[in-house]
Design a protein around this ligand. Structure first.
Ligand SMILES: C[S@@+](CC[C@H](N)C(=O)[O-])C[C@H]1O[C@@H](n2cnc3c(N)ncnc32)[C@H](O)[C@@H]1O
Length: 467
């Protein structure tokens, strides 16, 4: 492969005697990774039903290699059930190594298309809030879909400049992930187009942007909170030097040890101007040392004041300037009899026909560009409520009373995913009707409406399977 000369020289300087091993990697096959959605299924249970051979990714508890040359997990019904995300293995590391607990307030500031946000959301286990932001509106649409597919309801998807977010979220978050836009040197092996992009916008362009994003994020982190910064590039000006810059601007931050793995290489203090030894706590991932592409990670804690956290902070009340329902609308209440979750009516947010279920304790966010705020429960139509696709993905089979569960081999699964009407005479009686949750092997795919033992397909048209 033809690499830019300046890049080769830099890598020789960075890797010394390891440089030849690194270059040899370009002739080796790429690695394909699958990450189990532990919000929907345990790793153990997934391995019992996994349709293909999987090999553990040794440094990621819920990550596995698969043979991407021969199998296509994105076409499998379990993918449509949100049981996993397909992700390059080293890219799984940042969200894995940022410790997130249920109940916390979490920000993923450069989140699209959601490779890390889906894992952060899964770690929250439905409590607390995930705010997933991306400056690109079009990319944020993909992010929204992935979060919904993963069944994450306690979330907001924003499309804003980080600078604007600082006006709303001063010291608000317990955890922040910055998976920064970068020159992408670590992806050269996987995607040749990245080389061309590097020639147009190299490390100099990105390091300025990264310094700005990391300092903006720092002001949104609550004291005692943790921030994980990552890139998929090797250049020190986008890695160690960005961390060094943050530490110079915010001395209350300190670097933390990242849970180790034998293939990780330490960050390189000599590549910073201060030579700060603690930069060796940061992690570099090189493809010749482990079965993943290139990454850099730094985990930092904001100190200086008393510990904060989900249980300790003063509650800021929601004041979003929208219609708050004092009690459930009748149509929703009638539908909700089928669901075992308790709904807190004060968290409902109604915009026209649409009803959202909001996470708790959000600040006033008027003026921010949203793609989604909270879980879209569904729409109020004339005298009835129509549940949303997002709600179907959030439900577990045992949480809804009207289930149509098909086994993987049943041809109706693919028909359902293509948007076809289903004959379900063998599974229902003539008297039954209403909204049914269609599942594959017990994992929800979406709703259908039953009448006369025929199921009208309510799978979201934009999500339908095209093949
Ligand atoms: C490395 S990608 C993020 C990948 C994502 N975290 C994932 O795992 O799927 C960087 C993202 O940063 C976004 N971005 C670029 N400039 C930004 C900025 N100033 N503020 C926020 N996001 C930005 C890009 O649109 C891009 O989606």
């Amino acid at each position: 492969m033809n690499l830019p000369r300046a890049f080769e020289e830099k890598m020789k300087h960075l890797l010394h005697e390891e440089y030849e091993d690194y270059i040899r990697c370009f002739d080796e096959p790429r690695h394909f990774g699958l990450r189990v959605n532990t919000n929907k299924i345990s790793v153990e249970d997934f391995l019992k039903i996994a349709p293909w051979p999987l090999q553990p990714i040794p440094w990621i508890r819920n990550g596995f290699y698969y043979d991407g040359e021969h199998i296509h997990p994105a076409k499998h019904p379990y993918y449509f059930a949100g049981l996993y995300y397909l992700q390059e293995p080293s890219a799984m590391t940042p969200a894995d190594r940022l410790p997130v607990e249920p109940g916390e307030r979490v920000l993923d500031i450069c989140a699209a298309p959601g490779g890390k946000a889906t894992e952060l959301g899964a770690k929250l286990k439905g409590s607390g809030v995930l705010i997933a932001n991306d400056i690109s509106n079009s990319r944020a649409k993909g992010l929204l879909k992935n979060l919904e597919l993963f069944g994450i309801g306690n979330m907001l998807v924003l499309s804003e400049e980080p600078g604007k977010l600082t006006e709303y979220f001063t010291e608000y978050f317990d955890k922040i992930l910055i998976d920064a836009p970068c020159s992408g040197e670590g992806m050269f092996r996987k995607d040749k187009k990245m080389v061309k992009a590097w020639e147009e916008h190299g490390p100099g362009f990105f390091s300025k942007l990264q310094r700005s994003i990391i300092t903006q994020a720092a002001s949104m982190l609550s004291p005692g909170g943790s921030l994980l910064y990552s890139t998929c590039t090797f250049d020190a000006s986008e890695n160690e030097q960005v961390i060094e810059y943050l530490l110079s601007q915010y001395p209350e931050f300190e670097l933390c040890r990242i849970e180790p793995y034998e293939g990780f290489a330490p960050g390189i203090p000599e590549l910073s101007s201060s030579g700060n030894d603690s930069l060796s706590e940061t992690v570099r991932i090189f493809p010749h040392r482990m079965r993943g592409e290139g990454h850099y990670l730094a985990l930092l804690k904001k100190g200086n004041r008393e510990e904060s956290g989900a249980g300790q902070r003063e509650k800021k009340k929601v004041s979003k300037g929208t219609v708050k329902a004092a009690k459930l609308p009748e149509e929703l209440a009638a539908f909700w009899k089928e669901i075992s979750w308790e709904l807190d009516a004060s968290r409902l947010d109604i915009h026209g026909e649409r009803i959202y279920y909001m996470p708790e304790d959000l600040p006033d966010m008027r003026g921010i560009r949203f793609l989604r705020s909270g879980l879209l429960l569904g729409e109020l139509k004339k005298n009835r409520f129509e549940p949303s696709q997002a709600l179907a993905m959030c439900l577990k089979k045992q949480e809804y009373s009207k289930i149509l569960d098909f086994s993987l081999g049943d041809e109706r699964i693919m028909k359902y995913l293509k948007g076809e009407t289903l004959d379900v005479e063998d599974k229902t009686s003539a008297k039954e009707k209403g909204w049914y949750l269609v599942c594959v092997d017990g994992y929800p795919l979406g709703f259908g409406k039953l009448a006369g033992q025929t199921l009208k397909n309510k799978y979201l048209p934009g999500w339908r399977c095209q093949y």
